[in-house]
Ligand binder design. Structure first.
Ligand code: 5GP
Ligand code: MG
Length: 183
């Protein structure tokens, strides 16, 4: 059972398009000023990376500039790593041109406690020194445990801790959609 629909297939497409416009506006990606920072999207696997790739496509469509896309596996940076089995950093890929002095937009599907983003900030530190870091998430479900907030939010969804957001993306699931499920 899929649960209660929060975003339909077409809602997801519209939401990603809106976020792309917001990123362009806030980062002045289409600015003629040659001094403006290079924008780089860094997704948190798996669905954050897929969303980053989609955002890059829309940003290119709307602004004429395609931001580089990278992927950051935060497994090694989780503060609970010692209790987890070792796994290689297979899903980290540094965006073309690196992140040095870039405006990095981290991208994830769901923002919850904020611990994943905190780990991603640790991970970025090993890749270089960006000029600034922003955060884009498709869903903010609340329950933050750290002082972390998103700069771009597709949809704010107040949830109970016992609930779970199900994010379907065409590339993985055959269609787009966001659902709220009881555990
Ligand atoms: P946090 O680290 O902020 O507690 O959790 C965010 C990370 O866990 C994200 O990478 C996200 O994919 C995953 N996550 C947390 N809660 C949910 C949820 O309700 N649904 C989905 N699909 N992912 C979640
Ligand atoms: Mg995740």
């Amino acid at each position: 059972e899929a649960g209660r629909e929060l975003l339909s297939d077409s809602d997801v497409g519209r939401t990603i398009a809106r976020m792309a416009h917001q990123i362009i506006e806030k980062t002045a990606l289409d600015s003629a000023d040659p001094a403006h920072a290079r924008v780089v999207l860094v997704g948190i696997p798996t669905r954050g990376t897929t969303l980053a790739t989609r955002l890059a496509g829309r940003i290119e469509e709307f602004s004429g500039v395609r931001p580089a896309v990278g992927s950051l596996d935060i497994t090694l940076y989780r503060d609970d790593l010692r209790s987890r089995p070792h796994r290689p950093l297979e899903r980290t890929s540094v965006p073309e041109g690196g992140i040095e002095d870039a405006l990095v937009v981290l991208v994830d599907d769901v923002l919850f406690s904020g611990r994943t983003v905190r780990s991603a900030l640790d991970g970025l530190r090993d890749l270089g020194r960006p000029r600034a870091v922003q955060l884009a998430v498709l869903i903010d479900r609340g329950h933050r445990e750290l002082p972390i907030r998103a700069d771009y939010v597709g949809k704010n969804v107040p949830t109970a801790r016992t609930e779970d957001i199900s994010v379907l993306l065409r590339e993985h699931d055959g269609r787009d959609g966001v659902y709220l499920r009881q555990e």
